[in-house]
Write a protein that binds this ligand. Sequence first.
Ligand SMILES: C[S@@+](CC[C@H](N)C(=O)[O-])C[C@H]1O[C@@H](n2cnc3c(N)ncnc32)[C@H](O)[C@@H]1O
Length: 273
Amino acid sequence: MRHGFDIGNYDEAFLLDALGRNVGSGPAGSGWAAVEGLIEGLEGEGADGSTLVQAKSLADSLNIGYSEFFREVLGFACLETLVLPELFARRRQGSARGEIRIWSAACAAGQEAYSLAILCEEQARLEENPSGYRIFATDVDEGRIEEARRGLYSRESLRRLSLGRLEDFFAPAGKAFSVLPRLRERVEFSRFDLVSDPGTCPPASIYGHFDLVLCANMLFYYRPEIRARVLSRVASCLAPGAYLLTGAVEREIAVQYGFVEAFPASAIFRLSA
Ligand SMILES: C[S@@+](CC[C@H](N)C(=O)[O-])C[C@H]1O[C@@H](n2cnc3c(N)ncnc32)[C@H](O)[C@@H]1O
């Protein structure tokens, strides 16, 4: 309350782990042992602003933004070889609207959204009559959205990219690599909080009706009720026959909620009928 940050939504094991790391007192998971000291620190009135520093550091350790290009290796392989060809074929056969709609729902600094854009560009090149696609990418963290718009990445976060893709879609920028404008303009970034913003889908998308949603590596942060709320929002934004990709570690969560695995072990799901 004092610092305007609600930790009540977080999964207990995740929270304890973060607390353990934050107070730096022993191994991850030993959080409760140090919680009292931390609370005292947060409640104290450090004239030097030290309580704010402590609260900020706790908030930061709860808000993990790690991502990289093509992070979910099996998931992206299935998207490339099965899901996107199917979505493009449906368009080609006229069995759906003219545009494929994709949402990267916790996109961090854009790595996941640009990975998708690379796959869509490559698939579109194979089409005689390339159908359009739109990628909406959102995250709760405004700073990460700004980074995503800048599109500048270290070699490390691009380590899963082939040399061909690196040359096709990036330009060297000092020690980093910059996403080429033609790829950057394929993704529309905006801020959206999946837990507490009103509405079920990002306002930038106007209406949901997505053919593919990626909600990866953020569900496990949260308590089961919150995960259910997020997945229920996502479910209500899906077009008929649409796919959902979660993190590989989140497969059980999606199954519990009633999603059905589309390809074994892939963490790609469809909504059960
Ligand atoms: C570990 S990163 C995962 C990024 C990417 N999806 C991936 O799999 O590499 C988790 C992201 O979820 C975002 N996030 C956490 N809570 C969120 C919420 N309530 N709404 C939207 N994004 C959220 C964080 O800001 C962070 O960028």
